[in-house]
Design a protein around this ligand. Structure first.
Ligand code: PMP
Ligand code: GLN
Length: 382
């Protein structure tokens, strides 16, 4: 049957494309963001024990009470805030489902949602699927600073939502206190809802704090914040995350959540609740990843890349102007995969206009041996 696509502009994501090319060519895969080291043995044992103990049937729709309590306790420790685990937290099938559910909950056909580019790739298609319009404000390398006047100018009477990503993938920037204040003022002035993707909340470096919308007095009541255990506990394949919002917003979120997924893997939730209760499980993440960032940075610089500052996430942006300036970002990423044996992610797919800033993104969530092997291959460029 001939079928007219609802999404003619959408193809396979750049993450899937580059991981497939890495596999096909045998390249070291520093493209798609996932760790290549093991999940904590305690967490793995927790899943097995939960299954053996019979935790194999549906969890409650909003998530296991023990996990929601552990999340609330952690937010008290990290952000100094009291979140009600019964009414303000819902466990989701990864951050991706939480993001989609928020967008589908709040946007009506004809609404506008602001996104800041470079934007993580799942936001715009979710907006378009609601019959709503993504309105983009571009940020530029190297600092990707947010021009709040430009954001203000992009707001219309139809704007209902602004999506932020802090720390930002792929820009690797983080919000300053002034950014959060500017966001709050703008959201109040235009009565906007905020969707804050905070999946890299623990990967903030060089002594900076993570500034969550949930800890801001004005933003807390108008924001949905989204998190991912896949990112935090090195288990991207588990697809468990959560969403936090004030009780009235969360009640709306759950109306849709119960029909999208209903509930999320029970034994995983049992084990995550136990693991999260130990503060060491997340307190050690920033120094652990900062060492990897610095390790890869040294090798990239020797190879001839100019590095952009990485304030957060587990990605490093690198400028290849001194290596193959004539290539587009996608062509450079493909060439580097095929000819040098290291896969990365071009930045251009995260902009609607596909601009060329000569930047590629490397994932440093890898074992030392993997980073060393990549550095050895990249040294051929020098
Ligand atoms: N948001 C950002 C910024 C991401 O980088 C990712 C990828 N992990 C996600 C959301 C999706 O997270 P999950 O794998 O938990 O769906
Ligand atoms: N979040 C991952 C990244 O930034 C990709 C996840 C995916 O492939 N959709 O690399």
């Amino acid at each position: 049957m001939p079928f007219t696509s609802k999404f003619p502009g959408l193809g396979l994501t750049i993450f899937s494309q580059m991981s497939a090319l890495a596999q096909e060519t045998g390249a070291i895969n520093l493209s798609q963001g996932f760790p290549d080291f093991a999940v904590s043995p305690g967490l793995l044992d927790g899943v097995s024990a939960a299954m053996a103990a019979g935790h194999n049937q549906y969890a409650p729709m909003p998530g296991l009470p023990a996990l929601r309590q552990a999340i609330a306790t952690k937010l008290q420790a990290t952000q100094g805030i009291d979140i009600n685990p019964d009414t303000e937290i819902t466990v989701t099938a990864g951050a991706t489902q939480a993001l989609y559910t928020v967008i589908a909950t709040v946007l009506r056909a004809g609404d506008e949602a602001l996104i800041l580019e470079p934007a993580y790739d799942s936001y715009a298609p979710a907006i378009v699927a609601q019959g709503a319009l993504p309105v983009r404000v571009s940020l530029s390398a190297p600092a990707f600073a947010i021009d709040w006047d430009a954001v203000n100018a992009a707001i219309s009477a139809r704007t209902r939502l602004i999506i932020i990503n802090n720390p930002n993938n792929p820009a690797t920037s983080v919000f300053s206190a002034a950014d959060l204040e500017a966001l709050a003022a703008l959201a109040e002035r235009h009565d906007l809802l905020v969707l804050s993707d905070e999946v890299y909340e623990h990967l903030v470096y060089d002594g900076q704090p993570h500034r969550s919308v949930l800890a801001h007095p004005q933003l807390a009541s108008r924001s949905f914040a989204v998190y991912s255990f896949g990112k935090t506990f090195h288990a991207t394949g588990w697809k468990v995350g959560y969403c936090i919002a004030s009780a009235p917003l969360m009640a709306e979120f759950r109306k849709l959540h119960q029909y999208l997924v209903f509930s999320v893997s029970t034994p995983m939730q049992v084990a995550l609740a136990q693991h999260l209760a130990d503060p060491a499980s997340w307190q050690t993440l920033a120094p652990f990843y900062a060492a990897k960032r610095d390790h890869l940075a040294t090798g990239l610089q020797v190879a001839g890349f100019t590095l952009l500052p990485c304030a957060g996430t587990y990605f490093q942006l690198a400028d290849y102007s001194a290596i193959r300036p004539e290539l587009s970002e996608i062509d450079f990423a493909r060439w580097l995969t095929r000819e040098i044996g290291v896969a990365s992610i071009p930045l251009s797919p995260f902009y609607a206009d596909g601009r060329n800033q000569h930047l590629v993104r490397f994932c440093f969530a890898k074992r030392e041996v993997t980073l060393d092997a990549a550095i050895e291959k990249l040294a051929k460029l020098a």
